[in-house]
Write a new protein. Structure first.
Length: 320
């Protein structure tokens, strides 16, 4: 299988963190994770390139590297809203016409917007810059309340850690949930945060030590095949359903029901990838009761059917 070529387009002063989001996901070699990506960086002007951290990095490739990229990452752009040169804009448009996927992290959305590829589409960026992005590009439907937006050919993320969420999401699209979970586990990160999760919320009231949801989440994850409900979760936590909902919203940004459904669909994805179990048996094992129910929720969340997902990501598909 040909390795997927990922090229990060840098610009001075480059934020090392946004670059590291992509480099760690696509450019690190791990013993227990199949090595599926080639990662490199490029810039309009190769050579020493300033960073926001005060040290330079050396970039050895120019814009010609984008001609062979399968995915182009724009890992931030400083200052936000600074115009990209016509050469950069044209190189990105050419890469997109050729079929490359273009993903912008944080303020990289401003450069992607300059190409016109976001016109008429939803996009996001760091919450501090969403108003600026909307004002500068009125044809872009800026969503300030999500972690990332993926249209398949173009994608944008909010700031800082949301760039990692977007990169892991792209790995999940390319190679399935189990592969992405391996990458996340090596990075000591949660395997999946939905793009629709809020990127920013006001600070919740100070939590007491016994208010962490972690023990409840571990307990529920180990029992997905049982008839868990929001009431069951609340009873196990010794809370009212309303109090539990407030804690989920404050700590996870989703409702208990949304979290539970997401975990069940994720568990189904892994079983579809790694086993030959019938869809009906998988639905029962993850607590979705029937194949009809699994197909409905699977399609609503992933835009495909369990059967099509297995044909793409199942172990037998990779073996063949």
């Amino acid at each position: 299988m040909r390795r997927h070529r990922v090229v990060a387009l840098l610009n001075p002063p480059q934020s090392p963190f946004e670059l590291a989001c992509a480099a760690e996901v696509f450019g690190s070699t791990r013993e227990d994770v199949p090595d599926c990506y080639d990662f490199r960086v490029c810039a309009e002007h190769p050579g020493p390139l300033r960073t926001t951290a005060g040290y330079p990095i050396v970039v050895d490739a120019g814009l010609a590297a984008l001609r062979r990229a399968d995915t182009v990452i724009i890992p931030g752009w400083q200052p936000p809203g600074a115009p990209a040169s016509p050469k950069v804009v044209n190189a990105l448009r050419a890469a997109h016409r050729r079929g490359a996927r273009i993903a912008a992290i944080c303020t990289g959305a401003f450069v992607l917007a300059q190409t016109g590829l976001l016109d008429g589409r939803r996009a996001t960026t760091h919450w501090r810059q969403t108003g600026e992005l909307a004002a500068a590009f009125p044809r872009v439907r800026v969503d300030p309340d999500v972690l990332y937006v993926d249209h398949g050919d173009v994608a944008t993320s909010a700031g800082t850690g949301a760039g990692i969420d977007l990169c892991l999401h792209l790995v999940r699209r390319d190679h399935g949930a189990a592969h992405a979970a391996l990458v996340a586990r090596n990075m000591v990160l949660p395997p999946h945060r939905e793009g629709s999760q809020l990127q920013y919320a006001g600070p919740p009231p100070p939590a007491r030590p016994d208010e962490s949801l972690a023990p409840l989440l571990d307990w529920a994850t180990a029992r997905l095949g049982t008839p868990l409900t929001v009431g069951t979760l609340a009873a196990h936590a010794g809370l009212s359903s309303r109090t539990l909902a407030r804690r989920f919203s404050a700590q996870l940004g989703v409702s208990p029901g949304e979290w539970l459904l997401g975990k069940r669909v994720d568990a189904a994805r892994v079983l579809l990838e790694q086993t030959d179990l019938p869809v009906e048996a998988i639905a029962t094992r993850v607590g979705l009761a029937s194949a009809v129910n699994l197909r409905r929720h699977f399609h609503a969340r992933l835009g495909t059917t369990p059967g099509a997902y297995r044909r793409t990501f199942g172990e037998h598909a990779h073996a063949s």
